[in-house]
Design a protein around this ligand. Structure first.
Ligand code: MG
Ligand code: FE
Length: 169
């Protein structure tokens, strides 16, 4: 029973790793396309650096739990296809579509790490709790930043559009 529970939890950890790989792809695509929104771009760049470290932390955790790291990377292909850019990349309001997608993505990450941490506590995996808790905090901070900055970003988008400046990205 304990083994089955642990296996379920390890699957969630693999999913979290695939999610972070997808986050890297998405963030890279958004950063590469943004031109007129420097505050958003800087925050996305900061979160991209955090995301790379998160992915590496998950890989180290996976290995320290006695799992073969090639297993965690095997799951990457599955979500990789979804991470090719993001759905709104060619919309005329791409910066808005991207921000909504980021807001959604951060909340999926918050949910994933909340479940992983609760599971690790239940299964007595203190080391995993210690690794995952600071990651959850970074996802919460990113989600909070997006929530706070969505109204000014929206105003900035509309002001640029009204002034016939490029607003799209
Ligand atoms: Mg993340
Ligand atoms: Fe994130």
């Amino acid at each position: 029973m304990q083994n089955e529970a642990r296996e379920a939890w390890m699957d969630w950890l693999r999913d979290a790793h695939a999610m972070e790989s997808q986050a890297e792809t998405m963030l890279n695509a958004q950063i590469g396309r943004l031109e007129n929104y420097p505050a958003l771009r800087m925050r996305l760049e900061q979160h991209l650096r955090e995301t790379e470290v998160q992915r590496q932390s998950l890989e180290r955790l996976f290995e320290s739990l006695g799992e073969d790291a090639s297993g965690i990377k095997a799951g990457m292909g599955k979500l990789m296809a979804l991470g090719q850019g993001f759905a709104g990349a060619f919309a005329s309001d791409e910066v808005m579509k991207g921000s909504l997608a980021s807001y959604t993505f951060e909340h999926m990450e918050i949910a994933s790490y909340t479940a992983l941490i609760a599971g690790a506590e239940e299964l007595g995996m203190a080391e995993a709790v210690a690794v995952l808790t600071p990651i959850l905090e970074q996802e919460r901070a990113m989600a909070a930043w997006l929530a706070e900055n969505l109204p000014p970003l929206t105003r900035s988008f509309l002001a640029r559009a009204e002034a016939d400046l490029e607003a799209k990205r």
